[in-house]
Design a protein around this ligand. Structure first.
Ligand SMILES: Nc1nc2c(c(=O)[nH]1)N[C@H]1C(S)=C(S)[C@@H](COP(=O)(O)OP(=O)(O)OC[C@H]3O[C@@H](n4cnc5c(=O)[nH]c(N)nc54)[C@H](O)[C@@H]3O)O[C@H]1N2
Ligand SMILES: Nc1nc2c(c(=O)[nH]1)N[C@H]1C(S)=C(S)[C@@H](COP(=O)(O)OP(=O)(O)OC[C@H]3O[C@@H](n4cnc5c(=O)[nH]c(N)nc54)[C@H](O)[C@@H]3O)O[C@H]1N2
Ligand code: SF4
Ligand SMILES: [Mo]
Length: 675
C-alpha cells in the first residue's frame, strides 16, 4: 500500500492527510501527524474524504447535447464546441455576453487558468465564483478597513488568546479543527464568547453566550464597543499611531446603549456587559466569524463593525489577536487569490489600475478589458434578461447553491450555451450543452490555500476515472483554441507563472511547500512566508474606522417567521460528494426544517410531521423537526437536499457593497401539511 500526502478537499481548515492507495484505488485516508494544523487529527469528513472518489456516478466521458439528449463525445469535439460557441457569442454580442464561474473546489492552478481564460481568452472580466456568496463582505469590508480581506492571524495563534469572540460561525460543525483549537485555548484559560441566534454546540460551551435576533449584529457589536470605550478599555496608543477616523466612530457607537441594543437584538444588558468586560479586558483578544456575519444584505456593515472592534482594542498585528474570517471551501481563499473575481487579477491587483493591467497584458501577451465585470448573482440576472448568453462553469452547482432557484433556473435555461466541468452529474450539469468530466482532488497535482493563507500541495494518488481530465489541461486546451499560447507541461509550471505575476505568491514554488506549506504574503524565494498580517503597518498605511448603523430590525406580518439557512456537520453544501459517501449520508439522510416547540405547537405541527414553508420567492414541502436550539420565531434549514432545495425560498437581495445575497434571514410562513 502507498500513502500519498495531500490536503483535505472539504473545508478551509486545510488539514493534511494521506490517501492510502492499493492497486490504483484509493482505499482509505489517515491524518498526517506532521501537519501543523491537523497534527494527526481529522474530522469525520476528512476521514471519509476519499470515499466518493470511485463512486459509480463519476462522470467518465465528455457529453454534448444533441436534439435535447446528452450524448457521449470525444474531448476534441467537446473542447472545440465549447471554444467555438463562446467565441461566436462574444463576436456577435460582445465580450459582456460571456462569462466564467470557477470552482472553490478546484486548485489554485485551475482557478488561475480559468480566470485567464475569461480575461485573455474571452476578453471579459465576467469571472467570479462562490466566494461571492460567502466572504465577499470580508473582501470588501476588511479590504476597506485594513487593506486586506484575508484572515489576519494563524489558527494555532488562537492558543495564545485571552479572549475569543466567535460570531455567526457554527465552528464545531463547519470548521471542526478550528473549533478544536478554540476549545483548547478555552481549556487553557481563554474566555469564549459566542454570538449565534441558535444554540450550536460551540454556543453551548461558551463562557458568555449572546443570542441576537437574526440580522441584528451591527447593533450589538456597536453596543459591545460602546461599553468597551466607556469602560476606558480602548487601546489609545494603537488608535493614535495606526488608525484614522476614530472620533466619528466613537460618536456613532455612543447611541448603542445596552437598553437600545436589547430592544433591537434581544440581548439582555447584563450579557452584553459581561461579554464587553471579557473582550475589553483581555490583553490579547481575537474575533472569529463566518456566514452568520457575512450572508446578509448588510454583510459588509457587519464585517466593518467587527473591524472597528478589533481596531479600537488594538487587537491586530500580535500573536493571539486578529480578525479571522473562516473561509469555507478548502480553496476559496486560493480562488480569490488567483483573481477569480470580476475586479482583480491574482494577488488582488485591480483591473482598473492601468499599471497592473499593463503588467498582466505584457505577461499574457494580449489586451485586457479595463472595466470590472459582473458578479456571480449579477450573471444570473443578466442571463435571465438575455444580456449574458454564454457561460462556462467549473465545479459549482448554482441550481442548488445560488439564491432564488427560480431565477437561476430561468437564467441557465435562457443561455444560448452552457458548459459545465464537474466530477458528478448535478442539478446544474442537467442544463448544460457540454459536460466535461473533471479529475477530482485525489487525481491531480496542484495547490489549495487554506483559510489561514497557507498554500499547500495537493497530490495525485490515483488515475482519474474513464477519460476524466485535470482542469489545468482543460483550461489550457480552451485557451489555445481561443488563440492564447498555453503550453504547460505540468501544474508546477502554472504555479511558476502565478508566482511571476502575483507579488504575494512570488516566492511560492512546489519544492518549498513540503508538508507544512507556506503562508502568503511570500514575495520572494527566500521569504519564510507570513503568518501574522499587519505587524508594523497596514497595506493602506493607517487602518480606517467606518461607522455603521442598525437602529431597527424590520418585520413582515405576511411572513411572520424568519428562516435562516446553513449547513450540518455531515454534508457539504449541495451534497454532490457527501450524499455519495454512504457513512455520511446515513448520519443525515433526509431534510428537515428545525423549529422551536413553541412555534410548532402554535401551528399544530408535530416533530416528524410534514409542513409547507412559503416565502415571497417560492415554497416547498418538508418534514418538521422540533428543537429548542432554535429560538421561537426562527426556523433553520440546511441547503444540502435536492429533494427540498432551500434556495427555492431565498431571494437575490444583494448587499450593495459586496453583492452577497441575503441567505441568513428570509421571512417565511409555515403551515401544517394535511394528511
Ligand atoms: N460540514 C460542512 N462544513 C463546511 C461546509 C459544509 O457545507 N458542510 N461548508 C464550508 C463553507 S463554504 C462555509 S462558507 C463554511 C460556513 O460555516 P458557518 O458560517 O459556520 O456555517 P453556517 O451554517 O452557514 O452558519 C453559521 C452560523 O451563523 C448563524 N447565524 C445566522 N444568522 C446570524 C446572525 O444574524 N448573526 C449571528 N451572529 N449568527 C447568525 C447560524 O445560526 C449558524 O449557526 O463552512 C465550511 N465548512
Ligand atoms: N441557502 C443558502 N445557500 C448558500 C449558502 C447558505 O448558507 N445558504 N452558502 C453559500 C456558500 S458560503 C457557498 S461557498 C456556496 C457553495 O456552493 P457550491 O460551490 O456551488 O456548492 P458545492 O456543492 O460545494 O459545489 C461544488 C461542486 O464542485 C464539484 N467538484 C468537486 N471537486 C471538483 C473538481 O475538482 N473539479 C470540478 N470541476 N468540480 C468539482 C462537486 O461535485 C460539487 O458539485 O453555497 C452558497 N449557497
Ligand atoms: S476540518 Fe475541514 S479540512 Fe479538516 S478534515 Fe474536516 S473537512 Fe477536512
Ligand atoms: Mo462558503
Amino acid at each position: 500500500m502507498e500513502m500519498i500526502a495531500t490536503t483535505c478537499v472539504y473545508c478551509g481548515c486545510g488539514c493534511g492527510l494521506f490517501i492510502h492507495v492499493e492497486d490504483g484505488r484509493a482505499v482509505g485516508v489517515s491524518p498526517n501527524p506532521a501537519h501543523p494544523i491537523s497534527r494527526g487529527r481529522l474530522c469525520v469528513k476528512g476521514w471519509l474524504a476519499a470515499d466518493f472518489v470511485h463512486h459509480p456516478d463519476r462522470l467518465r466521458a465528455p457529453l454534448i447535447r444533441r436534439g435535447g439528449r446528452m450524448v457521449r463525445s470525444s474531448w476534441e469535439e467537446a473542447l472545440t464546441a465549447t471554444a467555438e460557441r463562446l467565441k461566436e457569442i462574444r463576436e456577435e454580442a460582445g465580450p459582456g455576453a460571456v462569462g466564467v464561474l470557477t470552482s472553490a473546489k478546484g486548485t489554485n492552478e485551475e482557478n488561475y487558468l480559468f480566470a485567464k481564460l475569461a480575461r485573455a481568452g474571452l476578453r471579459t472580466n465576467n469571472v467570479d465564483h462562490v466566494a461571492r456568496l460567502c466572504h465577499a463582505p470580508s473582501v470588501a469590508g476588511l479590504g476597506a478597513a485594513l487593506g486586506s480581506g484575508a484572515m489576519t492571524n494563524p489558527i494555532r495563534g488562537l492558543l495564545s488568546s485571552d479572549a475569543i469572540l466567535v460570531t455567526g460561525s457554527n465552528t464545531t460543525e463547519q470548521h471542526p479543527l478550528v473549533a478544536a483549537t478554540i476549545l483548547e485555548a478555552q481549556s487553557r484559560g481563554a474566555a469564549l464568547i459566542v454570538a449565534d441566534p441558535r444554540r450550536t454546540q460551540i454556543a453551548s460551551l461558551a463562557d458568555h453566550r449572546l443570542a441576537p435576533r437574526l440580522g441584528t449584529d451591527v447593533a450589538w457589536i456597536n453596543g459591545l464597543l460602546n461599553l468597551i470605550l466607556e469602560g476606558g478599555l480602548a487601546d489609545e496608543e494603537f488608535i493614535r499611531e495606526r488608525t484614522a477616523g476614530f472620533d466619528a466612530l466613537k460618536d456613532s457607537v455612543s447611541k448603542y446603549t445596552p437598553e437600545v441594543v436589547e430592544k433591537i437584538s434581544g440581548i439582555p444588558p447584563r450579557d452584553l456587559e459581561a461579554a464587553a468586560a471579557a473582550f475589553g479586558e483581555a490583553p490579547r483578544a481575537a474575533v472569529v466569524y463566518a456566514m452568520g456575519t457575512t450572508q446578509h444584505s448588510n454583510g459588509t456593515e457587519n464585517v466593518l463593525a467587527l473591524a472597528n472592534l478589533v481596531l479600537a482594542t488594538g487587537n491586530l498585528g500580535r500573536e493571539g489577536t486578529g480578525i479571522c474570517p473562516l473561509r469555507g471551501h478548502q480553496n476559496v481563499q486560493g480562488a480569490c487569490d488567483m483573481g477569480a473575481l470580476p475586479n482583480v487579477y491574482s494577488g488582488y491587483q485591480k483591473v482598473e489600475d492601468p499599471a497592473a493591467r499593463g503588467r498582466m497584458e505584457a505577461a499574457w501577451g494580449t489586451d485586457l478589458p479595463p472595466a470590472p465585470g459582473l458578479t456571480a448573482v449579477e450573471m444570473m440576472e443578466a442571463a435571465k434578461e438575455g444580456r449574458l448568453k454564454g457561460l462556462f462553469i467549473s465545479g459549482e452547482n448554482p441550481m442548488m447553491s445560488y439564491p432564488d432557484r427560480g431565477l437561476v433556473g430561468r437564467a441557465l435555461e435562457s443561455l444560448e450555451f452552457l458548459a459545465v466541468a464537474e466530477i458528478f452529474p448535478t442539478e446544474t450539469t442537467a442544463l448544460a450543452d457540454v459536460v466535461l468530466p473533471a479529475a477530482s482532488f485525489a487525481e491531480k497535482d496542484g495547490t489549495f490555500t487554506s483559510t489561514e493563507r497557507r498554500v499547500q500541495r495537493v497530490r495525485r494518488a490515483v488515475p482519474p476515472p474513464g477519460e476524466a481530465r485535470p482542469e489545468v489541461e482543460v483550461a489550457a486546451a480552451l485557451l489555445r483554441r481561443l488563440g492564447v499560447p498555453a503550453e504547460y507541461a505540468s501544474p508546477e509550471e502554472v504555479m511558476a507563472e502565478i508566482a511571476s505575476v502575483t507579488p504575494s505568491y512570488g516566492g511560492i514554488s512546489y519544492p518549498r511547500l513540503g508538508t507544512a506549506g507556506l503562508s502568503w504574503p511570500c514575495p520572494d524565494p527566500d521569504h519564510p512566508g507570513t503568518e501574522i498580517l499587519h505587524k508594523e503597518s497596514f497595506p493602506i498605511g493607517r487602518a480606517r474606522f467606518f461607522p455603521v448603523d442598525l437602529l431597527a430590525a424590520g418585520s413582515d406580518p405576511e411572513y411572520p417567521l424568519l428562516l435562516t439557512t446553513g449547513r450540518s456537520l455531515f454534508h457539504f453544501h449541495t451534497g454532490s460528494m457527501t450524499r455519495r459517501t454512504p457513512l455520511l449520508d446515513r448520519e443525515l439522510p433526509k431534510p428537515a426544517v428545525e423549529m422551536n416547540p413553541e412555534d410548532a405547537a402554535a401551528l399544530g405541527v408535530r416533530s416528524g410531521g410534514g409542513v409547507v414553508v412559503e416565502s415571497a420567492s417560492g415554497s416547498l414541502e418538508v418534514e418538521a423537526r422540533t428543537t429548542d436550539s432554535v429560538p421561537p420565531g426562527t426556523v433553520f434549514f440546511p441547503f444540502h437536499f435536492a429533494e427540498a432545495p432551500a434556495n427555492l425560498l431565498t431571494a437575490a437581495d444583494l448587499d450593495p457593497r459586496s453583492k452577497i445575497p441575503e441567505f441568513k434571514r428570509t421571512p417565511v410562513r409555515i403551515r401544517r401539511l394535511e394528511g
